[in-house]
Design a protein around this ligand. Structure first.
Ligand code: SAH
Length: 189
């Protein structure tokens, strides 16, 4: 039997399924190995577009392979640059932005997302979202810089104006070892 709320990434994907429609423009702010990018490409269909960012060449190569297998290469633009520079590439308003933070599980753990750049990227994301668009942040507090990043994001998002944004958090209260959590921000109309 499949869990409804198995982990933070799966909840984020369920929200993507509820929100994204054929033809939408969306952003994958952390490509990683490309699984989420491919999933998002499946949702936007042939007429939609996914902008995907990563700072590692390996991530782009893995993602390219993943998209080729699914024949989704036309649906995504893979950008080798930090998500904090997303406004240089994404000029249209977007329906949804997904950040799956931290480091690649089998990759170089030193190349992890960092609170300073993530915060900058989140601010730019809020501008890029269309009315009623959604920003998803999957947090990894199991390592030190991930915990600092989570605290910075909680502080920042807790202080967003409630007239403009609805901010919720999903955490796993009875699990050990600080499992991933999810912050979801909806831009109000
Ligand atoms: N922790 C997740 C995977 C996250 S992958 C899991 O366990 O499934 C996170 C990706 O973010 C990495 O590939 C890393 O290279 C990338 N990254 C780090 N800093 C970034 C930045 N400033 N902009 C875009 N991507 C970045």
């Amino acid at each position: 039997m499949e869990f409804l709320f198995k982990n933070a990434v799966e909840i984020a994907k369920k929200i993507c399924l509820m929100k994204v429609e054929e033809g939408d423009i969306i952003v994958d702010a952390t490509m990683g190995n490309g699984n989420d990018t491919a999933f998002l490409c499946s949702l936007v269909g042939e007429t939609g577009k996914v902008y995907a960012f990563d700072v590692q060449e390996t991530a782009l190569n893995n993602t390219r392979k993943c998209l080729l297998e699914a024949q989704y290469q036309q649906r995504a633009q893979l950008i080798l640059d930090g998500h904090e520079n997303m406004d240089r590439y994404v000029t249209a308003k977007v329906k949804l932005i997904l950040f799956n933070l931290g480091y690649l599980p089998k990759g170089n753990h030193a190349i992890t997302t960092k609170k300073e750049t993530t915060l900058k990227a989140v601010e730019k994301s809020l501008d890029a979202l269309e009315e009623s668009g959604v920003l998803l942040l999957v947090l990894y507090p199991g390592h030190l810089s991930g915990r600092e990043e989570k605290e910075a994001l909680e502080y920042f998002t807790s202080n967003l104006n409630q007239k403009r944004y609805t901010v919720t958090k999903h955490s796993f209260l009875n699990q050990i070892n600080n499992p991933p959590e999810l912050i979801c921000i909806e831009k109000n109309r």
